[in-house]
Design a protein around this ligand. Structure first.
Ligand code: ADP
Ligand code: ADP
Ligand code: ZN
Length: 214
């Protein structure tokens, strides 16, 4: 099973992707997590990506496509995977389709987690991200039981620089311009499924499971 998660920044893609990955025992591949890990480790790629991420812009396709497609060719993806945050542009979606096709494979579902812009800024300002393992929490909707530290790894939770309201607005406009066209792209391929992302996260998950098991 190969699944792509679509949706605005903060729609809940990562939250749902982690739950799906756990239930179906497939890897969760987040391009944003890969970039953040590179930034943390001070790699060349991390330095380049950070310049764009801090401004709320997309990292150029040239720096993104091979990175994710290489990850997809690792053995653990043979049984399937869930892509979160990739593709984000039509050229990325085309490169993904071509790479899968080259090995006789294809995507099964593109799941669009639909949340209106009005809800996004509040969600993002409450998001807290673990500096150790990348786990995400929300100060109101999904607080860490251990307060300012991660329940899983104990590291500190932070408000990501790009989750501050000024940058969130920019990311939303970038989403509408560059990523939203993927909804029509996957609808055209008859694999698009939309869920109401404004529901409680467990209800969103139940809706996704119903789609995957239909
Ligand atoms: P969110 O989950 O809030 O949407 P991500 O962690 O997916 O955020 O992405 C954070 C940032 O990393 C993006 O704003 C963008 O700069 C960069 N990024 C992540 N994935 C991609 C991608 N597929 N293409 C280009 N840039 C990306
Ligand atoms: P994305 O990966 O799409 O950027 P996240 O999964 O990181 O989004 O979710 C953004 C923030 O909203 C996080 O703080 C998360 O805990 C919270 N969140 C996710 N799903 C829901 C939901 N259904 N209701 C309320 N808050 C949610
Ligand atoms: Zn952690």
């Amino acid at each position: 099973m190969k699944i792509v998660m679509l949706g605005a920044p903060g729609a809940g893609k990562g939250t749902q992707a982690k739950m799906i990955a756990a239930k179906y025992e497939i890897p969760h591949i987040s391009s944003g997590d890969i970039f953040r890990m590179n930034i943390k480790n001070g790699t060349e790629l991390g330095k380049k990506a950070k310049e764009y991420m801090d401004q709320g812009l997309l990292v150029p396709d040239e720096l993104t496509v091979d990175l994710v497609i290489d990850r997809l060719s690792q053995d653990d993806c043979k049984k399937g995977c869930i892509l979160d945050g990739f593709p984000r542009t039509i050229p990325q979606a085309e490169a993904l389709a071509a790479a899968l096709e080259a090995r006789g494979d294809r995507l099964d579902y593109a799941i669009n987690v639909d949340v209106p812009d009005e809800n996004i800024v509040a969600r993002m300002s409450g998001r807290r991200t673990c500096t150790g393992c990348g786990a995400t929490y929300h100060i109101i909707y999904n607080p860490s039981k251990t307060g300012d530290t991660c329940e899983t790894c104990g590291e500190t939770l932070i408000l990501r620089d790009d989750d501050k309201p000024e940058t969130v607005q920019k990311r939303l406009s970038v989403y509408h311009e560059q990523t939203q066209p993927l909804i029509d792209f996957y609808d055209g391929q008859k694999i698009l499924k939309t869920v109401d992302g404004t529901q409680d996260m467990n209800d969103v998950f139940a809706a996704i499971v119903r789609i995957l098991e239909a």
